[in-house]
Design a binder for this molecule. Structure first.
Ligand code: PLP
Length: 450
């Protein structure tokens, strides 16, 4: 890979999720190429991308079909907003495709650019629907404390609990929080899986009752909370939570920004976890992240409420220049076609045992407290002084996870360090031989820190 000579003053560029002081003195890792599950830096060194960038590059970094799909759409019509009374074929086709794949009845679809936008816009839609259904006070959104649903002001507030959210002092008046499910780590000593699920559902009921059920609009949850550290709920969790929500007429929103498209061993995380959502959001693997695009999927019942509001008001006053960008839509369509043609879900299922074995083998390492595995997701919990809670109180990068991350770069692997663990989410195309290589490199990184 060609080395790039860049004229660069270190702190001109502010990187996301970074330590701004360090940026002054340290040159960032500059990546100039990619092939399959690997990326290459400016010195030509290769790294296995064990997190698919931000849990998104499902088809790896060199899929020619996706590149060709982008070029073809660029040539045909590079940009046209889907709004007012106009759209383009790729966007129409993608909406139809997602509606057909959706686990919800009579799904309607709209698009945005990022996962954050999809979640943020959906909150607007929910407020709109409630406003026109005679329930304008139903505005509060519940999430799991220390979750991640995006970076807008509203979603920063909704995450709650970590530096990502707390530092910005965003207003949280319309946010409510319940505990993250974490089976078995979050259960009380001797508590059964079922009793633990009951306790979490009881907590939800109590939060709703205290807030006033007539003020609560929706509950947002990832099927498996990846950005919070890869925590898995107890069996039956979502059925129990949904029963509580239904009692009060509160919507269940599945944030499938990370978990969609085979990551959990079925097409949607909602299918793997037996979730019956009212709405879903999707992004990242939707286009294998080659182009920025996100989707909001709405059940027929929910969409009807938007339509009634729009009928009363005369229009639905929401849209954006780059929502449903034609090039992104064309790439997403091709991505889904590839998932189906190559049967990526079956591939993920076939390699899941090798993935689980690789993670389990790390448990014996002296630096590792525990490992968690779900589908093609993993977390390596590190032994860390002051590591108390089941769910990280802070997502700040520091301590042992940061050291292993650095050692990983030396060993040729990129992992995602969170407060007390490393999260893994490799491209879905990874092979068993590559899984072995990934864990060999990660073990080398852990050994180096010992
Ligand atoms: N929802 C979840 C579960 C995420 O993990 C993320 C990002 O990692 C988002 C939403 C936000 O997506 P984006 O970074 O595209 O705005």
């Amino acid at each position: 890979m060609a080395s790039t000579k860049l004229n660069y003053r270190n702190d001109t560029l502010m990187l996301g999720f970074s330590d701004l002081k360090r940026l002054r003195s340290e040159r960032p890792l500059v990546l100039t190429g990619g092939r399959g599950i690997r990326v290459f830096d400016e010195r030509g060194r290769d790294y296995i991308e064990a997190v698919s960038s931000f849990y998104c590059v499902a088809l790896g970094y060199s899929d020619e079909e996706l590149i060709e799909a982008a070029i073809a759409q660029m040539r045909a019509l590079p940009i046209y907003p889907s709004a007012i009374d106009r759209t383009v074929p790729a966007v129409m086709e993608l909406a139809e495709k997602l509606a057909a794949l959706s686990p919800m009845p009579q799904t309607h679809v709209t698009f945005a650019t990022t996962g954050s936008e999809a979640n943020d816009h959906l909150i607007k839609f929910i407020w709109y629907a409630n406003g026109f259904s005679g329930e304008p006070r139903r505005r509060k959104i519940i999430s799991r404390w220390s979750s991640y649903h995006g970076s807008t002001i509203q979603l920063t507030a909704l995450g709650g609990g970590s530096d990502l959210h707390r530092s910005f002092a965003v207003p949280t008046d319309e946010c409510l929080y319940v505990s993250h499910p974490n089976w078995p780590g979050g259960a009380e000593p001797g508590e059964s899986e079922s009793a633990y699920g009951d306790r979490l559902a009881a907590e939800l009921r109590s939060v709703i009752e205290q807030a006033g059920p007539e003020t609560v609009a929706a509950f947002f949850a990832e099927p498996v909370s990846v950005s919070a550290g890869m925590y898995v709920p107890p069996a039956g969790y979502f059925t129990k939570m949904k029963a509580v929500l239904d009692t009060y007429g509160i919507l269940l929103v599945a944030d499938e920004v990370v978990t969609g498209f085979g990551r959990t061993g079925q097409f949607w995380g909602t299918q793997t976890l037996d979730i019956k959502p009212d709405c879903m959001t999707s992004s990242k693997a939707l286009s294998s992240a080659y182009q920025p695009i996100s989707a909001i999927l709405m059940s027929g019942d929910f969409y009807d409420r938007l339509e009634r509001g729009s009928t009363e008001k005369g229009w639905f006053a929401h849209g954006g220049t780059y929502h449903a960008h034609p090039v992104a839509a064309a790439v997403a369509l091709k991505t889904i076609e590839i998932y189906e043609r190559r049967n990526l879900v079956a591939h993920v299922r076939a390699i899941m045992p090798a993935w689980a074995r690789g993670l389990a083998a790390l448990k014996d390492h002296p630096l590792v407290a525990e490992t968690r595995c779900f589908g093609l997701l993993g977390a390596v919990q590190l032994k860390q002084p002051g590591d108390g809670g089941a769910v990280p109180a802070s997502l700040r990068i520091g301590g042992l996870p940061a050291q292993v991350y650095q050692a990983g770069l030396e060993a040729g692997i990129i992992v995602r360090p969170l407060a007390n663990c490393l999260v893994l989410s490799p491209p879905l195309i990874i092979t068993t031989a590559e899984i072995d290589e990934l864990f060999e490199r990660l073990t080398r990184a852990l050994d180096q820190v010992l």
